[in-house]
Write a protein of this length. Structure first.
Length: 556
């Protein structure tokens, strides 16, 4: 035999599975068969032992009953010898029939003879001091009597042969009772002594046949059940697993890969072919990976330089952005001082001169506009550079809203716009000047976009335990949905309707400043609007955690 034969390389995987599975199941079922067979044999032997024990108890009870009635009288026959222990062993009936007295010993012998003739079992009563030679004990019975007298053992089982046939031999002691002493007192016995033993012989022919029959049934059953199990397992595995393996093998055969000169062979089963194919795929992938790495190194050779150039350009942009912010800050400072002086001079001219008031008003209005623009640019440059520091303080919401309305009240009266307020008694934890700036900006926008005789509502209420929401709602032209996400960007202004009489804003930086200030307070700002029906700007600010019921403020 060659090595390949013993390694089963000439078999496909399904036949290998069948061989290995059959061997494993055969081994398991062989062990199971021998265990069941031994268990059944032990049960049958246990039944024989119980049968012997029952016979022993029946004989003891029968002997005890005869001894209790002293004797048993029956018609005398030639095969019955008189008992020499009786003074008058025989007696006659008035009709002349001769009767003989039978004691337990004679009764036991007669029953043994009858049982032996039946072929089912037989027994004998024996003692070392027996008067009848037929009842003389053999060597095993002598040893048993001595064992019973000198130990606590009360029964002995042994397999033996009688007339070349196997028998189960059961020996148990026979005890002397008070009723026995009427005949055996002269032998030196007393109640409770062991007077001998009862030896019971049960032929094992039927038991052996039962054991052989049970073993044959178990063998056929385990063999059949094992064969069925192997068949079911093979069929199910073949349909669930081996068919998939065949499909994989067919797919592999359809793939045209150049096989290397070494390391790949078609010898072996399907799993060997699949594993070899996986090794081949792995080798191909390694080659492709090395090829890709080379290509990537060649392609990215200039990428590092490009990245360095981009990083350098980004740093330059950051520097330019910082320079831009610094330029806005510097120019705002430079413009703010002369504009303030111009505004002061215009205020003096307005008070002291009655001529050309129209032109003075124009100069004043544009000066205010320039000052506001410069202040907004200055604030936004600080916010963008991160140089704006907030000073949080305890602020009453109603006072803040009232001060803001007073600041814009003159502009509202010009358009006959009514401002209503609904503010809860709340305490805010804010930078008062900056939130005042946010509210002023929102109210100014609301007035600018409101119609003549319009209405604006300002509302402040608790959002949760830690935040307050403040809203400004107008009845203006509204904001189209496509412009809402951009209105908080710097320098952005949503386009106005063509028929609108509202003048375009100054710089488009006001809402960007509002958003930056609210986010600096860890809040958020948003707008809800319907075109033609107005807009509602809302923002959240932190709440001062204090008992507000003691402040004395309420809604109005």
């Amino acid at each position: 035999m060659t090595k390949s034969f013993w390694s089963f390389s000439w078999l496909n995987v399904s036949l290998k599975f069948l061989v290995v599975t059959s061997a494993a199941i055969a081994l398991v079922f062989a062990c199971l068969f021998f265990w069941l067979w031994k268990h059944q044999e032990d049960q049958i032997m246990e039944q024989v032992r119980k049968q012997a024990t029952i016979l022993y108890n029946q004989l003891v009870l029968t002997r005890g009953w005869v001894a209790e009635h002293e004797t048993l009288v029956r018609v005398k026959r030639s095969e019955i010898s008189p008992n020499l222990l009786f003074q008058e062993p025989d007696s006659k009936n008035p009709d002349g029939t001769v009767l003989v007295k039978i004691n337990p010993s004679i009764l036991t012998s007669e029953l043994s003879e009858r049982a032996s003739k039946s072929g089912l079992y037989y027994f004998k009563l024996t003692n070392t001091n027996c008067l009848n030679p037929k009842n003389a004990p053999d060597e095993f019975e002598k040893q048993a009597i001595e064992l019973f007298k000198n130990s606590s053992d009360k029964e002995i089982f042994r397999m033996d042969f009688q007339n070349s046939k196997p028998v189960m031999r059961y020996i148990a002691p026979v005890y002397v009772t008070e009723n026995c002493l009427s005949c055996h007192a002269g032998n030196g016995y007393k109640a409770g002594d062991i007077g001998g033993c009862l030896s019971i012989f049960i032929p094992m022919d039927e038991a052996s046949k039962a054991i052989k029959k049970s073993g044959a049934i178990l063998f056929v059953g385990t063999l059949g059940f094992g064969a069925i199990l192997i068949g079911l397992l093979f069929v199910s595995t073949r349909s669930l697993l081996f068919s998939r393996i065949r499909d994989i093998k067919s797919s592999i055969n359809r793939i045209n890969l150049q096989k290397p000169s070494t390391g790949f062979t078609n010898k072996g089963d399907e799993l060997k072919e699949i594993s070899d194919f996986c090794y081949l795929i792995d080798e191909k992938l390694k080659q492709q990976h090395e090829h890709l790495e080379r290509a990537i190194r060649e392609s990215t050779r200039d990428l590092y330089q490009t990245t360095e150039n981009l990083e350098k350009a980004n740093k330059e942009l950051e520097q330019l952005n910082a320079a831009k912010s610094e330029f806005f800050s510097d120019i705002s400072h430079e413009l703010r001082t002369p504009l303030t002086n111009i505004k002061g001079a215009v205020d003096i001219l307005e008070r002291t001169s009655s001529d050309n008031l129209k032109y003075i008003e124009i100069i004043k209005r544009n000066s205010d506009h320039l000052i506001k623009l410069v202040v907004d640019l200055l604030d936004y440059s600080r916010l963008e550079a991160g140089h704006l520091e907030l000073k949080f303080e305890k602020t009453f919401a109603e006072e803040l809203v009232e001060d803001t309305i007073i600041a814009v009240e003159a502009e509202a009266q010009k358009k006959y716009v009514k401002i209503s307020v609904e503010v809860e008694g709340l305490i805010l934890k804010i930078d008062r000047d900056r939130i005042y700036q946010v509210l002023t900006n929102l109210l100014a926008n609301a007035i600018r976009f409101s119609p003549v005789n319009g209405a604006i509502s300002v509302e402040a209420k608790r959002l949760d335990e830690n935040q307050v929401i403040i809203s400004v709602q107008d009845e203006g032209i509204g904001i189209d949905e496509k412009y809402r996400k951009d209105i908080f960007r710097k320098f952005y202004q949503a386009p106005l309707p063509t028929d609108s009489k509202i003048k375009k804003g100054s710089s488009g930086i006001g809402l960007a400043i509002c958003k930056a200030l609210i986010e600096a307070h860890n809040g958020k700002i948003w707008v809800e609007s319907t075109v033609g029906s107005g807009s509602k700007f809302s923002f959240t600010v932190p709440r001062w955690l204090e008992d507000e019921s003691k402040t004395g403020f309420g809604s109005r």
